[in-house]
Structure formats: C-alpha cells, structure tokens
Design a protein around this ligand. Sequence first.
Ligand code: MN
Ligand code: MN
Length: 307
Amino acid sequence: MHELHDRALGAYLGFAIGDALGATVEFMRPREIALQYGVHRDMLGGGWLKLARGQVTDDTTMSLALGDALLRGGGSALQALDQGKDALVHEIALSYVQWLKSRPVDCGNTCRRGIQRYLNEATLAGPYNPGDAGNGALMRNLPAALVTLGQDTLLASLSLAQARLTHNHPLSDAATLGLGRLLQRLLLGADQASNTHWVSQWVQEHAAFRFTPYKGRATAYVVDTVQTVLHHFILHQDFETAMITTVNQGDDADTTGALLGMLAGARCGASRLPQRWLKRLQAPTVQAITAQTQALLALQTHRPANL
Ligand code: MN
Ligand code: MN
C-alpha cells in the first residue's frame, strides 16, 4: 500500500479502534476499571452506552459526517472556502444536523446545543462561551486534516470553521489546530524525534496544555484530553501499549482513545494496527472509513495547483 495512504488509513482506523475500545470504560475511574477488568484491553462493547462489540460512538460517526460533507462539497467548495466563502461550512452544518437526526448513540451537550442553534438561526458560530472548552470539536477534525494535507492556511480555516459550529473557545481552537498540525506531520512521515520536539515547542506556546508532569486527568475538558493523549503518544512508541495505557485512564476514554489512536495509527500505519482490535470493529464502520480515507486523499491530490 502507498505509504501516505497506509498512514492516513492507520489514523482513521486507529481512531475508531480507540473509540470502540475506550467506550467500554467511558466515565469510569481508573480504580473502578482495575477492579472490574484488571487491565482493560479487549474490545468488549458494553459500557454506559450498552454498545455492541466493536461498535463506535459519536466520535467516529461525527467524523464520518464531516468527511461526507467535505466530499459532497468537493475541491471547488474547498477552493471557495480558501477565498473566504462559507458554502462548505453550511454543508458541514447540514451534515451535523443530519447526523443528529439519525439518532446517534451519543451526543455531547455542547455539540447538541450548537447543532440546535444552527437549525434555529442558521448561524455558523455561537458567541464565545466559557463552557465551550470541551473536546467535541477537536474529536471530529480528522477528515479536515486529511483533505488539507500540506496546506496549513486551509487546514486552519477549515478546522476552525467546522469547530466553531458547536464550540467557540480559544482552548478548543488551539487544541483542534495543534492536533491537526501534528497529524499532518505524521502523515507526511516526520520521525518521532522531530515530532517530540514539535510537541514540546507547541506546549511552550500553549502553556495550558503542558503535560509534564502528567496530572492523570482524562476528562472531556479539552485541556485534560490533549494532555492525556500527548503524554501517552510521546511516552509509548508502540500502538498497543499507548492505547491500553490511555483508555485505562478512564473518564472520557472513548475520546482520548480515539485521538491517541489517530496519532499512533498515523505513526505506525494501517498495516501495523493490532489485528485483534481491527477485526472486532464493525464491518460497515471499516468500510465507511476505508472509502472515505481514499476519497479525501484523492480530493486532496486532485485539487487545482493554485491552492
Ligand atoms: Mn463518544
Ligand atoms: Mn467521549
């Protein structure tokens, strides 16, 4: 498989693996997980959402909704966004509306409120809200990073536009851009040493996200989420080890698992993802992710050269 394609697919499938694995222990404390599972390492389903084995949650299905909107808009809508036109952002908002109407297994409060606001007012962002520092905009941004690969300005405008449909907070913005940029570095093959250096620079510029010493908090507050993900991503080179230590932190384990899986999956590529987890993911999810990854990368490479 082409190396870029393998990394991109690794990121998206790794994301879904983390979502499905982490959802079993979402909102549990590390001690409760230890009592019930010892070390949680198998894709069992269950959890507070009573999931089927290998079933993903809103993290993955909302990402797919964003990816669908990007594909419907196509290269011309991206080009228009680059010129300041917002038709694509409405397309994304409509996709989130459709997603919410499909009765997803879960939906965060801030996401629901933002989608409802769009339905009522057709506005593309709410006012700044101190309560919008959850991880809901960050968690679904993967398709935006795929389709804007190597185009930093467009990555930034697309990421912030899709994020602010539901979350208007500088910490959410910073996290969404930071992890988007890190993901693109991984997709383009940057090595661990240079990524570690990049991350340490990034946390110097965004001191709220400093994760050394690691505080061990893994809630849906975007700062806790990012600290947990970066700490385990930098500490563990191996996908499986990084994933297991992350989800056993509990709390928002599906989302920290998903984002860790995105970064670690891009690092190792789809061909090196643990088969025992990959095989457990529900087949329609794997098919949707595989098709979307290919289409988003194709859109990215076939865009007019002037972008
Ligand atoms: Mn979820
Ligand atoms: Mn979650």
